[in-house]
Design a protein around this ligand. Structure first.
Ligand SMILES: [Zn+2]
Length: 308
């Protein structure tokens, strides 16, 4: 590490910095949120990236993007890769210009995936792939007009998958927000993307900054620098917001919320059941947590106590 990292090292310690330098983060979607997270992770010492985006940066993007007018016409993944290398020339950055559907192979050696795509449909596809691969994923959402946002890290078969989580948060828990208006986070348009009015850069980056911090914490899991969080979901407000019906949160506050796995979830519930029955057939009916973990279907079960 060069002198460039002296201050980060003083803050997080040489051991953590060394760990982060060896970690690979995939960011799928390099828009406002994903671009900010990728560059911020690089500035915090994460050494390896896989960046996937199909889009080209337009002039209209630069008031809400880490890349400025110099990058107009660039693929967004390539623009963010350039920004990362200008912060940390030693970083290894692989870019894929295209849709994630054509690039699943690039996730093989990744430590965590940042699902920063607009499309809820694509997030659900990413969720299924991550469960298959046993890959942790970070999902953040910014609410309409940037009034707030939320973040969750999904650990495969350890807590909810994104489908259970999204069912609970988007349809149930957050019922109303803003000046007496209905929750419109879930206004999903024909293209499968959130149709909500975007917030200002500062509203997006507040959520993305917290997301970055929580990703770093997740990457340090297993080390003394890792801090257990109070719950799996953080909801951040930028303005007055009803997170729970009848309970108004002040601007610039945050609330932790534990979202449980839905045992009947069509995505993780069924797969977990199938995995268990497959093991029962093959192994005379005796199943231990270690068996489940070894099956690859429940990779994280054995790490449940790792926080301690
Ligand atoms: Zn699920």
């Amino acid at each position: 590490m060069t002198d460039m990292w002296e201050r980060v090292e003083r803050l997080i310690g040489a051991d953590s910095l060394g760990r982060l330098a060896e970690k690979t983060v995939a960011v799928v979607g390099l828009g406002s949120g994903g671009g900010f997270v990728a560059v911020s992770l690089a500035m915090s010492g994460v050494g390896r990236f896989v960046l996937v985006d199909n889009d080209v940066l337009e002039a209209g993007n630069v008031t809400r993007h880490v890349a400025d007018l110099r990058y107009v016409g660039w693929n967004k993944a390539e623009a963010v890769a350039d920004l990362i290398l200008n912060r940390n020339p030693e970083a290894q950055v692989e870019t894929r210009a295209g849709l994630i559907d054509d690039h699943w192979d690039c996730l093989d050696d990744v430590d965590i995936l940042v699902a920063a795509v607009d499309s809820e449909q694509v997030k659900f596809t990413i969720n299924e792939r991550c469960l298959e691969k046993g890959l942790c994923a970070s999902y953040a959402g910014v609410y309409e007009r940037g009034e707030g946002g939320d973040h969750v890290i999904i650990r495969p078969f350890d807590g909810p998958c994104y489908a259970c989580w999204s069912e609970a948060t988007r349809d149930g828990v957050m019922v109303a927000m803003g000046a007496g208006g209905e929750l419109d986070y879930g206004m999903i348009g024909e293209a499968g993307t959130l149709e909500a009015e975007p917030g200002l850069w500062v509203n997006v980056t507040k959520v993305a900054g917290i997301q970055t911090d929580l990703i770093i914490n997740e990457l340090l899991r297993g080390s003394s620098a890792h801090e257990p969080m109070p719950a799996n979901t953080l909801i951040v407000t930028n303005s007055y917001m009803d997170i729970f019906e009848g309970q108004e949160n002040d601007p610039h506050t945050a609330t932790w919320l534990e979202i449980a796995r839905d045992p009947d979830c069509l995505v993780c519930g069924e797969r977990l059941k199938q995995g268990v029955s497959k093991l029962v057939e093959g192994d005379a009916g005796s199943i231990s947590l270690a068996d489940l973990a070894a099956s690859g279907l429940t990779t994280d079960i054995e790490f449940e106590d790792e926080d301690d």
